[in-house]
Design a protein around this ligand. Structure first.
Ligand SMILES: [Zn+2]
Length: 292
């Protein structure tokens, strides 16, 4: 059974609060294999992982949206802890200009495992057997990328078609394994007797002003979008998103989680009141875990 689970580790901004730590989102994907993925790694991410009871050693992929300190400074501690725990397995870090910036940042660290840095460019940045990750450029004061985790689509056997073609359990097993089967001199392809189940999508915006192209990028996804300001009157710069902006995206995404919330909002109840009429819009909280 495939499953995608998201844990919000940090939902705050540059200066954290007790309730909202620096940005980080963990995604666990269970399919044939188990995958442990991190989107951003703000300060204190490793302790948040411990609070969320996620084994930090399990993380093999880290996607950094941009190089503002609140989104990556936790890498130092996390990678050091991995080294102390005797990690040998390679870790992949995807970020803008990662090949140049990554080794520079880690030059004083002697890690006993390989760090594979991948430069983030628009398009596919990770292409695995069971999922891929696409990137889309945001608009921020520095180069920022939004990431889209995309589970591979799956073919499921159609009971009616199987019955019609009189395929037995053994035939089904074979057609699933080999993609086709010969029956009574005729070739039956897996596609002839199955239907497509689309893969799940999770989008993480990083920091960005509202962009029209996000509507397409986040279509049918579970969208984790920054919402630094809950009112246009609070907007201090044009490189972050407001609630009004993000609410527009609820028409395209399946569900929207608001994160990267400014510390100026001390009453979470007040924020929740503002979104209570929108069923598929949820205020993210540190250590909240959701199934996709
Ligand atoms: Zn930020």
């Amino acid at each position: 059974m495939r499953s995608v689970e998201i844990t919000f580790l940090g939902t705050g901004t540059t200066i954290p609060t007790i309730k909202r730590r620096h940005p980080a989102v963990h995604l666990r994907y269970h399919s044939r294999n188990d995958y442990s993925i991190l989107f951003d790694c703000g300060e204190g991410t490793q302790t948040q992982l411990q609070k969320a009871r996620i084994n930090f050693m399990s993380i093999d992929y880290i996607f950094i949206s941009h190089w503002h300190a609140d989104h990556w400074i936790g890498l130092f501690g996390l990678l050091t802890s991995m080294a102390f725990e005797g990690r040998k397995k390679e870790i992949t870090i995807v970020a803008p200009k990662a090949k140049k910036i990554g080794p520079e940042l880690l030059k004083f660290f002697h890690l006993p495992f390989k760090t594979k840095f991948v430069d983030c460019l628009e398009g596919t940045v990770f292409d695995g057997d069971e999922f891929s990750v696409e990137a889309m450029k945001g608009k921020h004061t520095t180069e920022n990328f939004a990431y889209r985790f995309q589970e591979r689509e799956k073919l499921k056997l159609d009971k009616k078609k199987i019955k019609k073609l009189k395929l037995n359990w053994k035939d089904c097993r074979e057609i699933k394994d080999k993609g086709k089967i010969k029956k009574d001199g005729k070739t039956i392809n897996l596609r002839d007797v199955s239907y497509t189940v689309p893969g799940k999508k999770v989008v993480y915006s990083g920091d960005t002003q509202y962009l029209k192209k996000m509507e397409k990028f986040a279509k049918d996804s579970v969208l984790i979008h920054e919402c630094t300001y809950f009112s246009r009157d609070d907007l201090k710069d044009k490189y972050h998103s407001t609630l009004e902006d993000v609410l527009n995206l609820r028409k395209f995404a399946k569900k929207v989680y608001l994160t990267h919330i400014s510390r100026k909002y001390t009453s979470q109840k007040e924020l929740e009141k503002k979104i209570k009429d929108y069923k598929n819009v949820v205020l993210a909280k540190d250590l909240k875990r959701v199934k996709v």
